[in-house]
Design a protein around this ligand. Structure first.
Ligand SMILES: C[C@@]1(CC(=O)O)c2cc3[nH]c(cc4nc(cc5[nH]c(cc(n2)[C@H]1CCC(=O)O)[C@@](C)(CC(=O)O)[C@@H]5CCC(=O)O)C(CC(=O)O)=C4CCC(=O)O)c(CCC(=O)O)c3CC(=O)O
Ligand SMILES: NC(=O)C1=CN([C@@H]2O[C@H](COP(=O)(O)OP(=O)(O)OC[C@H]3O[C@@H](n4cnc5c(N)ncnc54)[C@H](O)[C@@H]3O)[C@@H](O)[C@H]2O)C=CC1
Length: 240
């Protein structure tokens, strides 16, 4: 693979660190059954992200954090108020093993994988199918940072740095553009026109308007841009 012959690969080799490229995917979890084993701080972080993604979350743990207890009271998750037992994990799409007992995590991971689930193990990257990246979500906009398990603290720090530059206005911007994009498909004749338009339209003035909460002005600005660039496009001509 190209990356393996690049400068970064050479540097990693010099540093004596093995390099494993991960396959980046964004999972759709709406309505999927997911389990978290453990109810502490780490389990909480994993469960909250799963719930945010619309998963149907079950937690196996004798104790829950205050936040998880609140979520359980609000019926955002199902709590099985006891220690994990063999046989618990046979019906899940994804399982996160996050107790403070390494042997329990391992056992749960083995069972879940044998049952066909995707498995994450909080204290054992080497037996995990996937890692949870640090992330920023603004509506449909999802920015993730992965260090391949090398330094979660660095992933977290980079996330905070990126969040300073990409605030909620980018989420509003995306929502607006996604809506207008469908309309522009009708209005701009060819895919080349559309490509040119969207590359030129992503501008800071629209973002400033959104940052200031001026949503309709921002929408108007983009609509105006398309009428100026393609006055003839309003005749409804359609193309590829
Ligand atoms: C492999 C992975 C598996 C997984 O959990 O998916 C994993 C594993 C481990 N984490 C450990 C420690 C810490 N993890 C964090 C924080 C986060 N950890 C997350 C993901 C991941 N952690 C996956 C790799 C992701 C990647 O590298 O890209 C984040 C990004 C996402 C999330 O959890 O939601 C979230 C930040 C979220 C945010 O803030 O946005 C902090 C920082 C802190 O809490 O301040 C520390 C202490 C500092 C440090 O160690 O760096 C330990 C050692 C435990 C010990 O020493 O006992 C292990 C086990 C090991 O490495 O062996
Ligand atoms: N991957 C990550 O992001 C990180 C992983 N870790 C690792 O994650 C592990 C958990 O850390 P914390 O959440 O801080 O621990 P914690 O002590 O806050 O929580 C442990 C939880 O596991 C539950 N538990 C214990 N035995 C159980 C069993 N047999 N069945 C079900 N639940 C059981 C406890 O009731 C408790 O809710 C640690 O071992 C640590 O090494 C730590 C920091 C970050």
């Amino acid at each position: 693979m190209a990356a393996k012959y690049g400068k970064i690969f050479m540097a990693l080799t010099l540093l004596g660190r093995e390099f494993m490229e991960l396959y980046p995917i964004n999972l759709k979890l709406t309505g999927r059954r997911c389990a978290v084993v453990g109810g502490g701080t780490v389990a909480e972080r994993k469960a909250v992200a799963l719930i945010a993604a619309g998963a149907q979350v079950s937690i196996f743990s004798p104790v829950l954090t205050a936040k998880l207890t609140g979520l359980q009271q609000d019926q955002c998750l199902t709590w099985i108020p006891r220690s994990y037992e063999i046989g618990d994990l046979d019906k899940f799409f994804l399982v996160s093993c996050a107790t403070d007992q390494p042997e329990i995590n391992r056992q749960a991971a083995e069972e879940a994988r044998a049952a066909g689930a995707l498995v994450n193990v909080a204290d054992a990257p080497e037996i995990s199918d996937f890692y949870v990246p640090a992330h920023i979500a603004h509506g449909d906009l999802l920015i993730t940072v992965s260090t391949g398990g090398g330094s979660p603290a660095l992933a977290r720090q980079l996330k905070h740095k990126i969040a300073e530059d990409f605030g909620p206005e980018y989420g509003y911007y995306l929502a607006l553009v996604a809506k207008l994009r469908l309309e522009m498909k009708e209005r701009l004749a060819t895919s080349k026109d559309r490509e040119k338009f969207w590359r030129e339209t992503i501008d800071h003035e629209t973002l400033d308007l959104l940052r200031a909460g001026k949503f309709s002005e921002a929408e108007e600005r983009i609509r105006h841009a398309v009428s100026c660039a393609w006055p003839e496009s309003s005749n409804g001509s359609r193309g590829s």
